[in-house]
Design a protein around this ligand. Structure first.
Ligand SMILES: *[C@@H]1O[C@H](CO)[C@@H](O)[C@H](O)[C@H]1NC(C)=O
Ligand SMILES: *[C@@H]1O[C@H](CO)[C@@H](O)[C@H](O)[C@H]1NC(C)=O
Ligand SMILES: *[C@@H]1O[C@H](CO)[C@@H](O)[C@H](O)[C@H]1NC(C)=O
Length: 324
């Protein structure tokens, strides 16, 4: 029940492991360090990179308990340095940099879903003391025309549009329709707080639910795991007129457990890897695809991690973070 950190470059070297996919032995990686444990049910991590001292960066994770759940902030040694509590089932969290609040001033945002309040909670980071502070506006509810599980936000990814630096949140729900499962909301600065403006619903769903979402800001794509059915790809910029699915990764013969997390590791403006977690008891697997083109399958990596939920990757430290 803790977040763990794996030195990602290790995966280049190792080729041990007992498990097979399509008759090929999986390479294996060990965790390098684990964070302190959190209370109940950790779900999703995010990473905030300090602007000029990377060693002061933060790992942010949710603990999904109903009513009294929390958000935990860790330093890179895995020590808890801030705990924000009384959050009603926080699910997924994401970080984005450089939200414009006036002509000269920009802040970084930490946004997460508060599932049982049907809303997003929005925080920023005081860089000097490395503490989060809340700037949730009065208007951050999502799926307001739905009720019950269809109004309960779960997955979340932030998108910063390169052309005008506008911020959007892509949000999925606990259960919902076969079409228009996801909501897209613009984040709006409003007198010191951040509100949401509804933009659109989009996205097919054939599986049980959608939890993991990731946005490729540079290439303008949003990916999400549709249950065990596959990974879907859409345009994330709402001003493009192509709103239908633009790509699909068929994972029928790949996933063994639940698809719980998605992350992108960039190696250039256009190239890199799309990584998904396959939630397996005492042996989570990471499946890796190409970021570019039609997202060809590259390989899968076995871990000792127990039932991993969310995942985040950064190339700044070569860290990969999952949830035990
Ligand atoms: C922009 O916001 C910052 C932070 O609140 C403030 O210090 C600064 O005076 C503002 N600048 C303008 C031009 O309003
Ligand atoms: C989308 O369609 C609108 C209306 O037809 C048009 O004005 C706009 O230029 C189109 N946008 C793109 C990116 O093609
Ligand atoms: C995915 O692959 C399986 C096995 O090859 C196939 O039966 C299924 O139709 C494919 N699904 C889609 C949506 O293409």
């Amino acid at each position: 029940m803790s977040y763990y950190i794996t030195l990602f470059f290790i995966c280049i070297y190792i080729c041990l492991g007992q498990d097979l996919i399509n008759n090929r032995v999986l390479p294996f990686i060990e965790a390098s360090i684990a964070t302190e444990s959190v209370g109940t049910d950790p779900d999703d991590p995010a990473i905030w990179i300090h602007p000029n001292q990377p060693e002061l960066s933060l790992i942010i994770g949710t603990d999904k308990k109903t009513g009294t759940g929390g958000l935990y902030v860790f330093n890179l040694d895995g020590k808890i340095i801030q705990h924000i509590d009384n959050i009603d089932r926080p699910n997924n969290v994401d970080v984005e940099y450089g939200f414009k609040i006036n002509e000269t001033y920009f802040i970084d945002l930490v946004v997460f879903t508060e599932r049982l309040q049907s809303r997003l909670r929005i925080f920023s980071i005081n860089i000097n003391i490395r503490q989060l502070y809340e700037i949730t506006g009065r208007n951050t509810n999502v799926f307001i025309d739905s009720i019950g599980k269809a109004a309960a936000p779960m997955g979340l990814a932030l998108y910063k549009r390169p052309s005008d630096k506008k911020f959007y949140a892509i949000v999925s729900r606990k259960s919902g329709p076969n079409y228009n499962y996801l909501g897209q909301y613009e984040l709006i600065w409003n007198q010191g707080l951040v509100d949401l403006k509804f933009i659109r619903y989009f996205g097919d769903c054939r599986g049980r639910e959608i939890e993991s979402i990731v946005v490729d800001d540079q290439l303008g794509h949003v990916y999400y795991c549709d249950g065990s059915y596959g990974i879907r790809k859409y345009n994330v910029d709402p001003s493009t007129n192509q709103t239908e699915q633009i790509g699909f990764i068929n994972t029928t013969n790949l996933w063994q457990g639940d698809s719980e997390g998605l992350a992108i590791y960039t190696t250039s403006d256009r190239n890199g890897y799309l990584i998904t977690t396959d939630q397996i008891s005492r042996g989570t697997i990471f499946h890796i695809f190409e970021r570019q083109g039609t997202n060809s399958y590259i390989k899968s990596i076995k871990t000792r991690a127990d039932r991993t939920d969310g995942i985040e990757v950064t190339k700044i430290f070569f860290f990969m973070i999952g949830v035990l």
